[in-house]
Design a protein around this ligand. Sequence first.
Ligand code: ADP
Ligand code: MG
Length: 245
Amino acid sequence: MKAMDRAGAGVRLENIRKTFGALDVIHCIDLEIKGGEFVVFVGPSGCGKSTLLRMIAGLEDVSDGEISIGDRDVTYLDPSERGIAMVFQSYALYPHMTVRENLGFGLKMAGTPADEIARRVDAAAEILKITHLQERRPGQLSGGQRQRVAIGRAIVREPDVFLFDEPLSNLDAELRVSMRVEIARLHRTLGNTMIYVTHDQTEAMTLASRIVILRDGRIEQVGTPREVYEDPDNIFVAGFIGSPR
Ligand code: ADP
Ligand code: MG
């Protein structure tokens, strides 16, 4: 896939702030993510994970600061111009369309030629092992299969950076574990930069090449799973990650 050639776009957040009215939600976040990294933002509910991810996606304006992806300043670009694709927790598939049509719909809307759509849909379906499901409709799929289609819709866009916002939260525990393995495999296959938001410590520890621990809109610690586990910077991190003390 072309995504392979484009893998490696890093993401840089400089001095990012976000306020909603009088509410300070993100305070001055600086972070450099290297191309190909799998970075997980983890922290308690309400700490600002989704807001931060949505600012990277361009779904939310920054109140202050700059965001670059690769060598481009994307701070004021539309989501479609940023080279990103986002996977959400609630994956609204079109119920009246087949899997194949669901996968290709965004590209069709963007005016991509039919043969190019077919090529990308085939490639994504193969990566996700849903080739045999392509003529089914969402109602004929399991929860895990539906989530694969949702991830497939991101893959066909061949983004530089994948953004995931708690994509597995709606799945039962067993399925969460197997989809986690799938997402790790996807990262190994594609090699793209991935930024993944979760409030689940286990998910964070198993998926991340680096973990960013957030609390109240601030970064508490950044490190490999092992670093934050073995050498937490403070009591909050130790408690949240469950480090032995
Ligand atoms: P998380 O994803 O970590 O649970 P969010 O980023 O969704 O946290 O929210 C962070 C804080 O910002 C919360 O206090 C939330 O209520 C607030 N918030 C999020 N979006 C908005 C909005 N559109 N308007 C006002 N407050 C918001
Ligand atoms: Mg959230």
